[in-house]
Design a binder for this molecule. Structure first.
Ligand code: NAD
Ligand code: UFG
Length: 349
């Protein structure tokens, strides 16, 4: 299939291109590079040994999208494009709602005008809020998000559900990612946050490489085995492969066994490993695997954080034949390989 990847120059998108090519698909990438660097795409080309089309454009720019759909026969879209910094979304709610929501509105409209009605949407475990069930299944009710970023995911899920309900020709796949970390084994591509990292693993790797003095651990008084927050970390390459597996829905949606006829066309999956690791577990695993010490201090809880979040990933296994292959050691090893080989991310060259 030919897949349009919006936001394909970013962390998850760049890894997904590689897995799509490995599975025999081809891609067109559109990204405005607001949170990424074209160097990532050059390195992806090097890894796959092939060039692919890239358009530097904003997905809110209807003309650019229209041109792309006219130029290429696109079978499906994977929408990664979006702003994702939780803290920034609290201080700039309008910018987040405008970018993330409007981007998808324009994209969906252009898609239907061109008769392309297959979409995979990057959603997040954040839509469960403080989850009612652990491990979280897809049946777990959605919850109260604690920030505008999370609400864009939750509301866009609803938009996509309504679009699919109104026109059953649509195939909509909502992938709820848990916590992606790790990097491609080549060490050529990885996560490249702007400024001070918000997320745990880039903070750890930047501390290890000497860019940060010490890791701040946000609270050690949660109701978890060691008091620090527990999450379901998933290797980004496993996550990328989850997208390839989800394309099955577009190739033959009748093969998805659990669906009743009237439900066909809407698919929701958790993508995680099903294992929960605390902040201290991750720090210890990182130190052990890589032989690097991570100095840390315990800080106040971070507002909006929950104690525990990990999933039951069995639905994706049963229906898509996908399950995560990598464990926490590989995630720590590959995150460090990327950071140590590229101390300043894509700016190092
Ligand atoms: P990322 O920031 O690395 O990638 C997103 C890409 O979208 C960037 O390259 C950015 O330049 C681009 N972009 C943003 N707005 C755009 C617009 N209007 N037009 C065109 N391009 C635009 O983020 P990522 O970690 O690769 O995440 C990909 C998707 O997955 C995002 O939607 C994110 O919200 C979602 N997600 C990420 C995580 C995570 O922890 N990384 C967890 C759950 C969900
Ligand atoms: N943490 C620290 N110190 C840090 C950063 C994080 O102790 O410097 C802790 C957090 O308190 C939490 C854990 O590490 O207990 C993981 O935090 P992250 O910020 O890495 O991840 P979150 O689970 O908070 O959120 C991430 C993404 C969200 C997404 C969510 C679920 O940032 O966008 O996973 O997919 F919605």
């Amino acid at each position: 299939m030919k897949i349009l990847l919006t936001g394909g120059a970013g962390y998850i998108g760049s890894h997904t291109i590689i897995e799509l090519y490995k599975a025999g698909h081809s891609v067109v990438v559109v990204d405005n590079l607001v949170n990424s660097n074209q160097e990532a795409l050059r390195r992806v080309s090097k890894i796959i040994g092939e060039e692919f089309p890239f358009e530097k454009a904003d997905i809110r720019d209807r003309e650019s999208l229209d041109r792309l759909f006219g130029q290429y026969h696109i079978d499906a879209v994977i929408n990664f494009a979006g702003l994702k910094a939780v803290g920034e979304s609290v201080s700039k709610p309008l910018e987040y709602y405008e970018n993330n929501m409007n981007g998808v509105f324009v994209l969906l409209d252009v898609m239907r005008r061109h008769g392309c009605k297959n979409i995979i949407f990057s959603s997040s475990a954040t839509v469960y809020g403080d989850p009612a069930i652990i491990p979280i299944t897809e049946e777990c009710p959605k919850g109260q998000c604690t920030n505008p970023y999370g609400w864009t995911k939750s509301m866009l899920e609803q938009v996509l559900i309504d679009v699919q309900k109104a026109d059953r020709e649509w195939n909509v796949v909502l992938l709820r990612y848990f916590n992606p970390i790790g990097a491609h084994e080549s060490g050529l591509i990885g996560e490249n946050p702007n400024g001070i990292p918000n997320n745990l693993m880039p903070y750890i790797t930047q501390t290890a490489v000497g860019l940060r003095k010490e890791l701040g651990i946000f609270g050690n008084d949660y109701d978890t085995h060691d008091g620090t927050g527990v999450r379901d970390y998933i290797h980004v390459v496993d996550l990328a492969r989850g997208h390839v597996a989800a394309l099955k829905v577009f190739e033959n949606r009748n093969e998805i066994s659990s669906q009743r006829d009237e439900e066909k066309g809407l698919y929701i999956y958790n993508l995680g490993t099903g294992h929960g690791y605390s902040v201290l577990d991750v720090v210890k695993a990182f130190e052990k695997v890589n032989g690097v010490k991570i100095p840390y201090v315990i800080k106040e809880r971070r507002p909006g954080d929950i104690a525990t979040c990990y999933c039951n990933p069995s639905k994706a296994k049963e229906e898509l034949g996908w399950e995560a292959q990598y464990g926490i050691e590989e995630m720590c090893r590959d995150s460090w390989r990327w950071q140590s080989q590229n101390p300043n991310g894509y700016e190092s060259l």
